[in-house]
Design a protein around this ligand. Structure first.
Ligand code: IPE
Ligand code: IPE
Ligand code: MG
Length: 239
């Protein structure tokens, strides 16, 4: 689909989103924080739709960090059940749109078995789809991913002199996933909060004040327009 002001030949391959600001969105309305998370579902679905329209191949979202266990137990419990419900509600639709669903993050005894089963089901159902890969980063930490890659490397029996950046990249959770071209963070926080640390070495960043529940595909378009005005040098010089 052609969107005004967006060059169809320079669509980023991989866009990653830190979906932040649900709690503040709810508090500002006199609602509970969990109602803010619930309101984020529509934002997520609309952003996915926008990504599909633009032909983005990889769309990644930060849904729960390895640090989010520090939140009150009620909120954590809500988020676990909410993720089951989101997958149950949207799995078939996403499948029909050609979305391959994957999860990046650590297995953890604190993640309910029912959620793990629901995740597995979504992965299994959509594994042959290639229109877009949606990577849901759940119980994900960038440092944890690097630690896990190092563990896997050592377990492979590699000799130290053979360890290079490519070897580490090959042991990340999804070695086939290209590095994000663009990272968007909502809610006016200017930090990365342990998201995709290895992969964002040369990503472009867009920080917006919009709170996640208010995010819509138009906000994604706006971010892509700005991205298309950025000049990426990867350490080189313009020729
Ligand atoms: C992001 O919104 C959702 C998760 C971290 C799960 P927050 O819950 O962090 O919302 P704020 O930042 O407190 O407003
Ligand atoms: C990052 O948001 C994690 C997710 C969006 C899932 P947080 O709200 O947890 O990050 P901090 O605590 O503000 O850095
Ligand atoms: Mg937050």
């Amino acid at each position: 689909m052609v969107v005004p002001g967006i060059a169809p030949d320079r669509i980023p391959t991989h866009v990653a989103c830190v979906m932040d600001g649900n709690g503040r969105w709810a508090t500002a309305r006199g609602l509970s924080r969990t109602e803010g998370h619930a309101a984020g579902e529509h934002a997520l679905l609309d952003a996915i739709e926008g990504a599909l329209e633009l032909g983005i191949s990889y769309f990644s979202v930060y849904a729960f960090s390895t640090e989010n266990w520090r939140r009150p137990v009620e909120e954590v419990r809500f988020l676990m059940n909410f993720n089951i419900a989101i997958l149950d509600r949207n799995r078939d639709y996403l499948h029909s749109r050609g979305v391959r669903i994957r999860f990046a993050g650590r297995h953890d005894w604190r993640v309910p078995k029912r959620l793990e089963r629901t995740m597995d089901r979504a992965v299994e159902l959509t594994k042959a789809n290639r229109t877009m890969t949606l990577t849901i980063c759940f119980n994900y930490g960038g440092r944890a991913e690097i630690v896990d890659a190092v563990k896997a490397l050592i377990a492979s029996g590699i000799s130290p002199e053979k360890i290079n950046e490519r070897a580490i990249s090959r042991h990340l959770y999804y070695p086939d996933m290209p590095d994000p071209d663009l990272v968007i963070r909502t809610s006016g926080e200017y930090r990365i909060s342990n998201f995709l640390l290895w992969e964002i070495a040369y990503s472009e960043f867009i920080f917006t004040e919009v709170l996640w529940p208010d995010f819509r595909r138009e906000n994604l378009y706006e971010a892509i327009r700005e991205f298309q005005h950025r000049e990426r040098r990867f350490g080189g010089v313009d020729q």
